[in-house]
Design a protein around this ligand. Structure first.
Ligand code: ADP
Ligand code: MG
Length: 451
């Protein structure tokens, strides 16, 4: 039985490993040669499977079970319905106050309490968007209408919109502020159509003071939703109500969006959130780390870890945050200081995914440029030193900066044999020790290619 196996595992992996990793597992099935376990979190699942999978398998077999492999799963998390989050536990019994009724009928999505201006780190890439959002949130006479925020995933569009809503709730508590995604807008609309309540729908949307629609690119190509959105938009603007829109790209670049909508979206202020730069990423990491320090008192972090993350994870802020969250959880679980090694170990997957992919073609092009030789000579047969050496540098960099195998690299160098590639790489490695110029060239090229 699992109990007996556990006893054995306790001996082989040690008490602390056992309590941290094995004890929380629940065996959920054992049939057809597969033993299935449930781990409390994805992170634990991955960790256990990587580090203790073998041991568990071995002990199961030792205990006489015929097991071919083990599977680790995590329980499906039931999403908490929005109305369970913010509703107080002691709800007012019916009949509810008329105002509350109306509020409830108003379509909107719950706001994330963490998405405030206070928690938003401002840097060069987002300072304009931030300033515009602040201005709109400060209210007063309508400033920019609509305010159109755009930018890639995870750059803070939703965060800023929620921040505006939070701020408005404080400054103008009487204002009816509604935030929802374009997708929700569409579902409400379709539902209204189906239930023949389109007049109510129109009424609802036209009675708000501030309307925010997130990810508006979603309604592109959805004709009747676009049509309705256009009318809602116009009605609100005509009444001098504020509209705030976000999208993943500029209005003019959203395909399958009607021209008249595009031009209306452009008539207010259009600002973009640029991809994060190193300083902004570091700032965000520092801010989040402050919060984590309170949550995990006593946890130490070595110098350079945040800098390393800011340097390596450049994709989006969500991924950056996820990395930090995992790092703190992991360090507190194993009771270790957060060091570079620990970060590398615990974030392998994230780091790998965010590595920029350099292609062999790019390498050949950059190297040819650098040594002022023709690109065709990179793959051609010429053997003179002035050409052969740069070619070897390109081979070396291809091995270093890509995941290609030697035969694959050979193929991209005009069908050379993998031993030729190997020879070229060795030659460069050798020279790097003795020839300063080569070492500097490689360093420079590597930086150019990796930036
Ligand atoms: P988007 O809507 O543009 O895809 P989000 O607003 O959902 O991005 O941001 C993704 C995550 O990154 C959120 O958790 C958000 O709080 C965080 N984030 C993005 N930009 C910043 C910033 N400048 N400061 C602090 N947190 C940020
Ligand atoms: Mg968003």
């Amino acid at each position: 039985t699992w109990g007996r196996v556990c006893n054995e595992l306790l001996k082989t992996v040690g008490k602390s490993n056992y309590t941290t990793w094995i004890a929380p597992l629940r065996m959920i099935d054992m049939s057809e040669g597969i033993a299935a376990f449930e781990a409390p979190t994805k992170f634990m699942r991955d960790w256990v499977s990587r580090n203790f999978g073998e041991a568990i398998l071995r002990e199961l077999r030792n205990d006489g079970h015929v097991v071919e492999r083990i599977e680790f799963r995590v329980p499906e998390l039931r999403p908490i319905p929005a109305n369970e989050v913010s509703r107080p536990a002691v709800a007012a019994p019916a009949p509810a106050a008329p105002k509350a009724r109306a509020e409830e009928d108003l379509p909107g999505a719950p706001l994330d309490a963490r998405f405030t201006f206070d928690n938003f780190v401002v840097g060069k890439p987002n300072e304009l968007a931030h300033a515009a959002a602040r201005r709109v949130a400060e209210g007063g006479p309508v400033t920019f209408n609509p305010l159109f925020l755009y930018g890639g995933v995870g750059l803070g569009k939703t965060h800023l919109m929620h921040a505006i809503a939070h701020e408005l709730q404080i400054r103008r508590p009487e204002a009816r502020v509604r935030y929802l995604s374009a997708e929700q807008f569409m579902y409400r609309f379709v539902q209204a159509l189906r239930e023949r309540q389109i007049m109510d729908f129109k009424e609802m949307f036209r009675s708000v003071d501030v309307l925010m629609v997130d990810d508006v690119q979603f309604i592109a190509g959805k004709d009747s939703t676009q049509e309705e959105f256009f009318h809602t938009f116009n009605a609100l603007v005509d009444q001098g109500k504020q509209i705030i829109i976000s999208a993943d790209r500029a209005p003019g670049e959203i395909k399958d969006l009607e021209e008249r909508i595009k031009s209306r979206l452009q008539c207010g202020l259009v600002v973009d959130l640029h991809p994060t730069d190193y300083e902004l990423r570091l700032g965000i990491l520092q801010t989040k780390t402050e919060a984590y320090r309170a949550q995990y008192p006593g946890l130490k972090m070595a110098d350079g870890v945040l800098e390393f993350l800011a340097h390596r994870i450049t994709t989006n802020v969500r991924v950056l945050e996820g990395a930090l969250t995992r790092l703190f959880a992991f360090a507190s679980l194993v009771g270790k200081e957060i060091t570079l090694d620990l970060a590398q170990e615990c974030l392998t997957d994230i780091l790998r995914a965010s590595d920029r992919k350099v292609t062999i073609e790019e390498i050949q092009r950059k190297v040819a440029e650098h040594y002022n030789v023709r690109l065709s000579d990179m793959i051609g047969p010429k053997r003179v030193r002035t050409i052969a050496r740069p070619r070897q540098v390109a081979m070396y960099l291809s091995k270093q900066l890509t995941t290609r195998s030697l035969p694959e690299i050979g193929r991209r160098f005009g069908g050379r044999d993998h031993t030729t590639i190997m020879h070229g790489i060795r030659k460069i490695e050798e020279l790097m020790g003795s020839d300063r110029q080569i070492a500097e060239d490689i360093d420079l090229l590597r930086r150019l290619l990796e930036s």
